[in-house]
Each structure stands twice: as C-alpha cells, then as structure tokens.
Ligand binder design. Structure first.
Ligand code: CA
Ligand code: CA
Length: 91
C-alpha cells in the first residue's frame, strides 16, 4: 500500500510536469523532491534508527516477522542491535 502511494506521487509529479513547459532535468528534480519528501515522511524503513520518530529499530524495510516490524518496533522473540540498519535475531 505504501509503495503504491509512492508510485502515485511520482506519477502525479511526472504528469503535472509533462503539462507544463519544463525540461527533463526539471522533471527529474521534481521527482527527486517527491522521493525525498516521501522518505522524510516515512522514516521507518530507511535503515536508520531515529529515536525522535519513535523508532526502536530500523532494519531498512517495513516488513513484519523479521524482528523489526512496520512501525520500527522490536517484535516478540527478537533482539536487535545496530543503528544503520538494525540487525535482528530471534532468540
Ligand atoms: Ca528510520
Ligand atoms: Ca522489518
């Protein structure tokens, strides 16, 4: 669902750029801005533990069941170490 939102954002930026008189580099810049904004709004999954955003771990994805869940919280039965990214092992 989140990756769908991402694709939609990029698509919307490209579509709006195509309607105006801008060069390809300008479109690239807008896409990069959209990617940047998307990553900043979803710090969980970027592979960096940011305690300010309530992350306890960040293994670089938003998958559950690998020790660090989609909310960047350590899952039951796992322990995580490292900050960029976290490495989680079951115990
Ligand atoms: Ca993070
Ligand atoms: Ca994970």
């Amino acid at each position: 669902m989140k990756s769908f939102t991402f694709v939609f954002v990029v698509w919307a930026v490209v579509l709006s750029a195509c309607g105006s008189d801008v060069g390809e580099s300008a479109i690239d810049a807008q896409v990069n801005e959209a990617v940047k904004g998307f990553q900043e709004s979803r710090p969980c999954g970027d592979g960096l533990v940011s305690a300010n955003d309530g992350e306890v771990c960040d293994d670089g994805n938003e998958h559950n069941g690998d020790g660090c869940d989609e909310n960047c919280e350590i899952e039951e039965g796992f322990e995580c170490r490292g900050m960029s990214p976290s490495v989680c092992d079951s115990y």
